[in-house]
Every structure is written in C-alpha cells, then in structure tokens.
Ligand binder design. Structure first.
Ligand code: 6R9
Length: 575
C-alpha cells in the first residue's frame, strides 16, 4: 500500500517544478528508479525497479525495498523545515482557517499512531475513518501508514448501511470519527451514523471520537474520546486540492503527494457555494492558493452563477488550475481559464482513476511551449504508455482514432490487487485486453498524439450503428441513452420555452456532430443525480428512461436521492 503513493508523489512534484526535460528521454525503468531513489527515503533500498506481468496480473515494484510513507511525508521535512505549514484546514465557516506545521502534524500523527498501537491495532489491520476533511483525519491516515495498518477512508456523507458494508468488508476493529461534521452551515451527526453502522459490525471493538463541534454526544463503553490539537501560522506555497479526503483525489493530492513533497496543502471542509458562490475564490485570495485543483461538476455549477462571484476576489496568487473526475466540457474549460485564471493560468485537465493512484494523462504546465487544447487531457504522463484498442482487441496504431483506453506497461502507483479478491482484479483489468491494463474509459487520440477522454465505455451509446461517447455529445449540448435522451440543467435565472430549446439543441447537435446524433427527447431538470465526488450517475438516468426505476442498482454513493425522484417525476410527466 505504501508504494502506491510513489507515483502520486512524483506527479505532485511535477506540479511544483519548472523543468523536467532532462528526465523525459530516460527509459521508463531508469526514470522511476531514479525518482524513487532521489525523492524518497528508504529504510532498505530496493533490488529491482519492477517485475510486472499484466497477463498474470502481477504488479511488483521496488522489490526488496522498504519505506514508510508517513516518514516520507513528515519526518523528512521536520528535519529540514519543522515550522513550514503542512496543512491549511479551510473550515466550513470562511475566515476561520487553521494552519498546521510539519512538526505539529508529525506530533499529532505519532500520538495517534501510539494510541492505535496501545489499542491493539497491528500491522495489516484495517482502520475505518469516517470523518470530514480535517487535520485529524490526515493524521489518522498517516498514523495508520506509520504503524503499517491499512486505512479505509469512507466519505462522511455515506449512510449507516454504506458505512457498515465497508467496515464489514475490511473487518475493521477500529473506527475513527468525530462527534459532528459541519458542511455548508449544516451540522451532521456523524457519531450517530457510526453508532447505527457498528450495530451490525461485530469486528468493531472501539470507536475513537474527536470533537469537531462543541456539542456533546452519547458515548458507550466501546467509544474512546480523542483530545483536541494545537496549531500555528506560517507562510508557504499552498496546494489547494478541493477534493474530500474520502475520494482518491483527496488521498493522493490532498494528503500524500503534497506532504511527501514538503508542500502546504489545503483541506477544504465546506462546499463551493457556502456561504455564497464566491467561496472558492475568496479562499484562494485569503489563503494565497497557487495550484487550485477542482472538479468539472463544481466549475459547471459555479459558472451558472456568473462571473461577478469570481471577479470580486484577487486571484493573482493562482499559477495552475487543475480539473479532475469527469471530462471537462469546452464551455466550463473556457470559463475556468478566462474568468477564474484571467487567461493567465494554464488549465490542466488531468485524467486518472482510483486504480491508477495518480495522474496518468495531463498537459505539462511546466513546459512553456506545450500546447493545451480545451477539453483534452493531452499527453501521457512520464512513464505512462497508453494504448487504444478496438472492439476486436487490436491495437490502433494510427493516430486520429478512438478506442478503449488501456495502458501497456506497469507504473509504481497502480493498483496491485482488489482487497480479498485477486481473481476479480485480473478479470476486471487484465482479461478484457490480454497484456494490457484496461481502464474502462474510451479515448480519442489526435493526429498529434493528444488524448481526449470520451467517457466511460459503458456510457458509450450505439445510435443507428454509430458509437457515440457521452462526453462528445455533452460538449455540444453541454446526456444520452440508446436513442438520444438529453437531460438539460438551465443556468440560474434562464427562462426558455422548452420546445424552442429542444429545437435549438437538435440543430446544434446535427451541425456539430451529425444528424443521427440529434436528440430524440429532451427533459429539463433542476439538477442531476451525482455521486458524492460529483460524477453524474448516468446509469441511473438510463434506468429512468428505460422505466426500470425499481432496479436502479447500487445507490450508496448517491449524493442526494431527491435528485433522482425529481428526474423520475419529470420523466413521468413528459411521457
Ligand atoms: C481521479 C478519479 C475515475 C474515472 C475515470 C474517468 C473519470 C477522471 C477525468 C475523467 C475525463 C478527466 N475521469 N478524470 N474523465 N477526464 N480528466 O476521478 O478517480 O473516482 O476512480 O474515477 O473518472 O471515467 O475512469 P475515480
């Protein structure tokens, strides 16, 4: 698990560096080998850089080597710059941020690590964290890593059942939580949810409870209260990854990447619209964020509110704007670039997955001559070898083609198994295209060798014999099913007659893609069903259109169930 973070460390590092030309030419093995020796402290050095075989699902990196990722994130920097700010906790209430230095974070991590050991947590045990993005959550992750335990971070918006499933799956003996969470001005009783969940989880022996708010909660014999912590202030470079730590982006780019590189990271507890839609940019100004890393869902939401919310704030500290999680459509890309970045900051659309551990395809903002095309993830990251394959499993050699996005060589950050189910790992990722790691996404590669993600392959639809990626259509109408069924969310304050809108959208799609792609049905909705990390749940929309609403599938990651009910009611009204 510790090694999974190695390539994250490098990609985060690249955000911070100005030139990397010298390493580009090096062979993959030399490349990862050199970075691993230079950028990380090893307890014992590795013998081989890699020993991987995709057809056997064997992924082995840095054999013989031993390191501790928490030592790499903390101790290394405490030796050289103990008072540098490691974390800025951007709390829900604007203007109440709290800063943690590397020294403080190490102290908190060691205290927690020792407590976990005293409570009987051993190497290989799993600890479930059900906490909002806060320094104690980061210290808990690092404390687990420090003592060799596995952390299972469950997004603090998940229901008691979804939490219980994940605790049972990992057989956790220990859960760490807070009394209450605070998000968008609302208080959420997290401890109560944990109490409900653990009723059905016999493995749980103890629940560690920290106090996020001042309200007391009912404690049982199983609960262990955690004391509150210390903080101080210092200036530094500020990496603003807005993702919740319950999502891989929060792990790799909120915690391990920036800390391992000695950077200062912002932990965002709130929402982009609390107390108002200017929150992100007010935070950028107040904390001096230099790299802002957000999700297209948030960008699309904010652009609906207009430019004034951005322009009110000084964003001159911003250097790079990152996007992750979904394809970013051109309108959102351009708004992000022109309005948020004032045309001055490169927008980097970064494609990667939980399974890849870190960014795999992204433009290189460090290269002043590098071209960036809106809506394209552009070039493979150093050491990543993508391949596009057709339905017969043949590699598409020529550029200017679309196919299943696979990766032909291993890299250190990639997943090495599925917990308790290695066979499923092999079947899901290595059997669809033997010899390749299959990502599940479709991609287009341009003549120049630039990549554009066209969406999940299970979202690609077959219309009149033509394969259409949802991303491509969405880019034009800014969603779709076997016939094209478009769900439209209007910008704030926009009023249109639905039949006029439908006519305009049909013309636009016919003109920009093709007549066969023109939408058959158009439904205007207030909002779309999304996961907690902001991805549109297209499979749910498909079921609504297919009238299979009694078979919506796993909804445990759904953010707001009311959004589904609204879409269903709208659909019933129309048809
Ligand atoms: C990091 C993360 C992975 C899936 C991935 C793809 C979609 C992520 C994207 C993107 C287009 C991008 N995705 N980044 N699609 N452009 N820049 O999101 O991990 O939650 O595992 O999701 O997200 O479909 O396969 P995860």
């Amino acid at each position: 698990m510790l090694l999974n973070h190695v390539s994250t460390v490098f990609t985060a590092y690249l955000w911070q560096q100005t030139s990397f030309h010298d390493v580009v030419a090096l062979e993959i093995e030399t490349f990862w080998g050199a970075l691993a020796s230079q950028r990380l402290s090893w307890i014992s050095p590795f013998n081989t850089v890699q020993n991987c075989n995709f057809s056997q699902g064997k992924i082995k990196w840095f054999e013989g080597g031993k390191l501790n990722v928490s030592v790499n994130c903390l101790d290394r920097h405490v030796h050289t710059c103990p008072e540098r700010v490691a974390l800025i906790w951007e709390r829900d209430e604007p203007g109440t941020e709290v800063k943690f230095t590397y020294r403080e974070l190490l102290e908190l991590t060691c205290r927690l690590g020792n407590l976990l050991k005293r409570l009987g947590v051993r190497r290989g045990d799993c600890v479930t964290l059900y906490m909002p993005s806060c320094p104690l959550a980061v210290a808990s992750m690092l404390a687990c890593a420090r003592i060799g335990a596995v952390h299972n971070v469950v997004f603090a918006g998940f229901s008691a059942e979804a939490l219980a499933d994940r605790i049972r799956d990992t057989q956790s003996s220990t859960v760490i939580t807070v009394n209450q969470g605070v998000r968008g001005g609302k208080v959420i009783d997290l401890k109560r949810t944990v109490d409900q969940a653990v009723q059905n989880c016999p493995s749980v022996q103890q629940v560690l409870v920290a106090m996020r708010t001042e309200n007391s909660v009912a404690m049982t014999d199983r609960d262990v209260p955690l004391e509150e912590y210390v903080f101080s202030y210092q200036d530094g470079d500020v990496f603003g990854c807005m993702a919740d730590i319950g999502w891989i982006t929060g792990h790799s780019y909120g915690v391990y990447g920036p800390l391992c590189n000695g950077g200062t990271t912002v932990l965002f507890e709130s929402t982009p619209v609390y107390p108002d839609p200017g929150r992100y940019w007010e935070t950028v100004q107040r904390l001096g964020i230099s790299q802002f890393y957000g999700a297209p869902t948030a960008i699309r939401l904010l652009l609906k509110y207009g430019d004034e919310w951005v322009q009110k704030y000084d964003r001159s500290c911003l250097k790079t704007l990152g996007s992750v999680g979904e394809p970013i459509n051109r309108e959102a890309w351009e708004w992000y670039h022109r309005v948020v970045g004032g045309g001055r900051c490169p927008v980097i659309d970064t494609w990667w997955q939980t399974e890849t551990g870190g960014i795999c395809i992204a433009p290189r903002p460090s290269d002043p001559d590098a071209e960036i095309i809106p809506g394209m993830a552009m070039r493979p990251f150093y050491g990543i070898k993508p391949a596009l394959l057709d339905a017969k499993g043949e590699v598409l050699h020529a550029h200017d083609s679309t196919g299943a996005l696979c990766i032909s060589m291993a890299w250190p950050g990639m997943a090495r198994t599925i917990h308790n189910d290695h066979q499923r790992f092999i079947e899901t990722y290595f059997q669809p295209y033997p010899g390749y790691f299959f990502t599940g996404d479709g991609a287009y590669c341009s003549k120049e060798g630039y990549y554009q993600i066209v969406g999940r392959l299970d979202d690609v639809i077959n219309v009149s014999g033509h394969r259409l990626g949802t991303a491509e259509l969405e880019d034009v109408v800014v969603c779709t099913i076997k016939c094209v069924y478009v769900f439209v969310v209007l910008k704030k304050g926009v009023e249109v007659q639905e039949d006029v809108l439908a006519q305009q959208l049909r013309e636009m799609v016919s003109r920009n893609i093709a007549k066969y792609a023109s939408p058959d049905y158009i439904q205007v909705v207030g909002r779309l069903p999304k996961t907690r990390s902001g991805k549109i749940m297209r499979r749910v929309l498909r079921k609504v259109v297919e009238r299979k609403t009694d078979d919506l599938g796993d909804l445990s990651t759904l953010d707001d169930s009311e959004a589904v009910h609204e879409v269903i009611r709208g659909h019933q009204r129309l048809h």
